[in-house]
Design a protein. Structure first.
Length: 278
């Protein structure tokens, strides 16, 4: 699927590649949804895709991804690592921020055992514990408010109800200690490599309760993954975080539909499902 965001992301990636002498003659678009990922030989260039619509400053999120991934790489945690030569960025070209990453050979579509996903996430959490940099404090709550503020008028008149839902869900969140999190810890953000599970996409990292990452993990990978995580966590304690995740998905689908109008039906169906469960 080619659209203006994909074309703009590829053009920006090629411009940065040319700037640093990377092979740009045969760019390979690996991904084009939330972000546009373009392989240029041994390097993957990353530019915002749908996130351009969702975030007021995509460059800040991409910079966070680079800093967190560098921090983890330096601690020998297996993650997709940012380049050092050329520098990872963010660079700017064609009006877009672009970051550069080592291409990581992996098995596309491979399903990792839940135990491996959970244990590798625990290593990520342990290495993030001493991260010294600044991180967002509101995470998905802050992003949800931004989505509703920027795109609420396109949500079939449901924005007022979604605002109310957000306040209700936030009020039910437990008052828990906060720590650096992955921020989007579902199995799609960890790939199978010869060296083991390799995490990626740290641009959603924030300082929040561990229950957010574990709630996402549990909702996406099931009880086997949660039981393999080295912490005594009852599934019932994660329900408030899973509720926040379910709510988050509804406005996000409408943002996707603003970029891909053919997917508006998916957004409308998600909205109907959400409120029919209540």
């Amino acid at each position: 699927m080619t659209d203006e965001h994909t074309r703009a992301g590829v053009a920006a990636a090629i411009a940065v590649g040319d700037r640093y002498g990377l092979p740009t003659g045969d760019p390979d678009v690996l991904h084009f949804k939330s972000n546009v990922l373009v392989r240029l030989g041994p390097v993957v260039a990353r530019a915002p895709g749908t996130t351009r619509l969702a975030r007021t400053s995509p460059a800040d999120w991409l910079a966070c991804d680079v800093e967190l991934s560098r921090h983890l790489t330096e601690r020998d945690v297996l993650v997709v690592s940012p380049t050092t030569d050329p520098p990872a960025g963010p660079h700017f070209a064609k009006g877009l921020p672009v970051t550069l990453w080592h291409y990581t050979p992996h098995e596309p579509g491979a399903t990792l055992p839940p135990r491996e996903v959970a244990s590798s996430l625990a290593r990520v959490h342990a290495a993030l514990a001493d991260y010294p940099g600044e991180l967002p404090e509101l995470g998905p709550v802050g992003e949800l408010r931004t989505l509703l503020d920027r795109h609420g008028s396109f949500m079939n008149g449901a924005a007022p109800r979604l605002y109310e839902e957000l306040e209700r869900v936030v009020a039910a969140l437990p008052d828990s200690p906060v720590r650096p999190l992955h921020g989007d810890a579902h199995p799609g953000n960890v790939v199978a490599t010869a060296a083991g599970p390799c995490w990626l996409d740290f641009e959603d990292t924030w300082r929040g309760p561990l229950g957010w990452d574990l709630g996402v993990l549990y909702a996406e990978a099931g009880a086997a993954a949660l039981s393999a995580y080295p912490a005594d966590v009852a599934p019932s304690s994660l329900e408030p975080f899973i509720a926040l995740r379910r709510l988050f998905e509804v406005p996000w689908r409408f943002v996707i539909a603003r970029r891909f109008p053919s997917r508006l039906g998916e957004a409308e169906a998600a909205l109907e499902r959400y409120f029919s469960r209540k």
